[in-house]
Design a protein around this ligand. Structure first.
Ligand code: FAD
Length: 453
């Protein structure tokens, strides 16, 4: 990039020091957690932006986008860089737009809607919401670091999804404002169904600057860990609790052995050879849950009040894609898939996968509620990686037997499994980023010459 761009971008900010050019800093802020995938590691190692810009308000974002549009400079939005698909890695250099400084919670409304800037960390939002009797409906296990804008841009769901669905469901994202990459960048309000134009588009079709997020009434939670001799029994019990609406729960995660052995800080709660289930359950129902588990042969190995995100142990730190992190710490050859099993045939699907792949695939299930109110046995199974063909074979077999896979080893919105078949994200890109400068290379169905206004 021409060195004059750094100086000229600096003139657009109240403080030019918010243009960062130190190579180590630029490199650090060009990375995310793509390295969970051995395939993405090969593709994305070494991809860096030319510089980082840290705006603090919408006017600065408009000025930056106006300049970059005119100069044909790519712009890649960044929250906290915890995405796993390389979503925030700039493929074609340019500006990394670091939104972490736009982190205001404007309001927690009395009707349970938080109005926020995109850089707010989800953990801070959760703590603030709880002060006024609300909590996040769902959050990734990276809650402490991850930003709300990044969750909308690249995430899907997590803790809480068993009760409230994923981020895209149940009008959890009520509205958002996004800045366009046009010669004169506009701030466009998307409400209701129109939020799906921008949601999970990896920052390819607008920079989200304001979010109206629906919350849930806060619950007093407890955590417990319950061991079962067999994974089948752990799964049966988990499924029962996840599917029965009379249980107020936020997390239901059964793990097959040896996954619990990877959780070094909580290994005292993981008896050798046994399957384990981690729960976040309403404190008022905790004793009943434990009694029900004992009747099914479960052994309660840990039980305690959940004292917020500083709680130790924090059982959610071992669930969702954190499980993969613990596995990689044990053995770098582990990677993962993101799956949704069929609620009716899940046991048969798991059996067939085990028959074919044995311990090359290890299960931990993450239940969520779908938009039509079914409880889906989602899973982020661990995979012992040997080579790309073998991984693709596993993905194909999953699909053959009816297991949905959002492939976390591809670096484009379409391949990642949350692409909208109605093409609303693509159409928004055609409207808002006709030159294709927002996170270029990540929405592969977009072709600048196909633009029809
Ligand atoms: P980033 O990684 O910085 O960005 C994500 C995408 O959003 C990028 O494409 C970026 O360009 C875009 N973006 C960022 N800000 C904006 C903006 N303002 N406007 C437009 N686009 C923007 N994800 C889940 O959904 N559930 C989980 O349970 C989960 N668990 C995880 C566990 C681990 C250990 C790890 C490493 C990742 C996990 N993830 C999970 C993925 C990730 O942590 C979450 O999706 C998180 O919400 C991303 O937030 P971020 O701020 O880090 O976003």
């Amino acid at each position: 990039m021409d060195p004059r761009h750094a100086a000229e971008l600096g003139l657009l900010l109240e403080d030019p020091a918010r243009v960062l050019t130190l190579p180590q800093t630029v490199e650090q802020l060009s990375r995310d957690c793509y390295w969970y995938s051995p395939i993405l590691r090969k593709q994305l190692d070494g991809k860096v932006g030319d510089l980082v810009v840290q705006p603090i308000n919408v006017a600065e974002i408009q000025a930056i986008l106006r300049y970059c549009q005119l100069q044909n400079i790519p712009v890649t939005a960044r929250g906290a860089g915890t995405g796993n698909y390389g979503q925030a890695v700039p493929l074609r250099g340019g500006v990394v737009l670091d939104l972490a400084r736009m982190d205001r919670i404007e309001q927690i409304r009395a009707d349970g809607v938080a109005v926020c800037e995109p850089g707010v960390r989800l953990g801070i939002l959760e703590n603030e919401a709880r002060k006024s009797g609300w909590e996040l409906r769902c959050y990734p296990s990276t809650i402490i670091k991850a930003t709300l804008g990044g969750f909308l841009g690249g995430g899907s769901g997590g803790v809480g999804s068993v009760a409230h669905g994923n981020l895209r469901d149940f009008q959890t994202v009520r509205a958002l404002e996004a800045v366009t990459m046009e010669p004169e960048p506009r701030v466009v309000l998307h409400e209701g169904e129109a939020v799906h134009d921008i949601l999970h588009a990896w920052g390819t079709n607008g920079i989200v600057t304001r979010i109206w997020l629906a919350l849930a009434p806060a619950v007093e939670w407890s955590q417990c860990a319950i061991a079962f001799d067999q994974f089948a029994a752990a799964f049966d019990f988990s499924e029962r609790i996840a599917s029965d609406a009379t249980w107020t729960k936020r997390l239901v995660t059964p793990f097959e052995w040896p996954i619990p052995s990877f959780f070094t800080p909580v290994k005292q709660y993981a008896p050798e050879g046994k399957a384990l289930v981690f729960f976040l359950i309403a404190t008022s129902q905790c004793a009943d849950l434990e009694a029900a588990a004992r009747r099914q042969g479960g052994d309660v190995t840990y039980s305690g009040a959940y004292l917020g995100l500083r709680a130790r142990p924090l059982l959610s730190d071992y669930t969702w894609n954190h499980t993969t992190l613990w596995a990689i710490r044990r053995d770098e050859a582990y990677t993962y898939l993101q799956c949704a099993f069929d609620p009716v045939t899940v046991r048969d699907q798991m059996r067939r996968l085990k028959e074919r792949f044995g311990d090359e695939i290890l299960f931990h299930m993450e239940f969520w509620k779908s938009a039509d109110e079914r409880i889906i046995p989602g899973a982020i199974p661990l995979v012992s990686y040997t080579n790309e063909d073998r991984l693709n074979d596993m993905i194909s077999f999953c699909r053959e037997i009816g297991v949905f896979v959002a492939n976390p080893h591809v670096n484009n919105v379409e391949g990642g499994g949350r692409y909208r078949a109605d093409n609303v994200q693509l159409r928004a890109k055609q409207r808002y980023d006709p030159k294709g400068l927002l996170n270029p290379g990540k929405m592969i169905t977009f072709k600048p010459e196909e633009i029809t206004r």
